[in-house]
Ligand binder design. Structure first.
Ligand code: ZN
Length: 215
């Protein structure tokens, strides 16, 4: 089972991807983390990536997609993969082996103010990377490892609005392409965390019951 998950900031991507990877025994591939790891490990491609990121530029899609492809080839014990946040634009879509994807989960929240509120109140543990919120962790301490929680430096209203507009402009066409291919699973992500996760699992199970896996 090969999946990708897409959704704007605040739609619950990170949390649901982790839980889905566990439930369906999938390799959890976070595109941003792959780029960071290549740079940190100073691999050949990591050095090229660093030339872009060190001057505040995005790494070109063909380099990112090339590294992603190599990660997807090596699945080891897993029964497939789930990609967190790719393809996020048509350029990535065209450079990716999209035929290899069985389904794409789209986390959708109609009321954009819900996304703004969630993002602006988001807290992240600098130590174990757990994502929580000022509502869930009012004491500001990670319930998992005890570290002091932090806001992400770019979680402010201006950036949130910019990212939302960018998502509409660049990622929504990708969703439409997957819908045309009969691969899109739309999720109402405005509900509570447990309702959203149950909804995703039910829809995935339905989807694959109707459409047998290739492998
Ligand atoms: Zn922690």
């Amino acid at each position: 089972m090969n999946l990708a998950i897409l959704g704007p900031a605040g739609s619950g991507k990170g949390e649901n991807t982790g839980k889905l990877a566990e439930r369906y025994h999938l390799k959890h591939v976070v595109v941003g983390d792959i780029v960071k790891a290549e740079i940190r490990n100073k691999t050949e491609v990591g050095k090229i990536m660093y030339e872009y990121t060190s001057v505040g530029r995005f790494v070109p899609s063909d380099i990112v997609m090339q590294v992603l492809a190599s990660q997807l080839k090596d699945l080891g014990e897993y029964d497939g993969y789930i990609i967190d946040t790719a393809p996020i634009n048509m350029e990535q879509y065209n450079k990716m082996d999209v035929d290899d994807l069985d389904a794409v989960i789209s986390l959708e929240v109609e009321d954009k103010n819900i996304l703004r509120t969630r993002t602006l109140n988001r807290l992240i543990c600098p130590s174990c990377r757990r994502v929580t919120s000022v509502f869930e962790s009012p004491d500001g301490v990670c319930s998992h490892c005890g570290a002091k929680l932090e806001h992400r430096y770019d979680d402010n209203l201006e950036t949130v609005n910019f990212r939302l507009a960018q998502y509409e402009r660049e990622t929504v066409p990708v969703l439409e392409a997957f819908e045309k291919a009969g691969k899109l699973i739309r999720i109402d992500s405005s509900l509570s965390k447990s309702e959203v996760f149950d909804q995703i699992c039910n829809k995935i199970d339905d989807f694959f019951a109707k459409k047998p896996l290739k492998n």
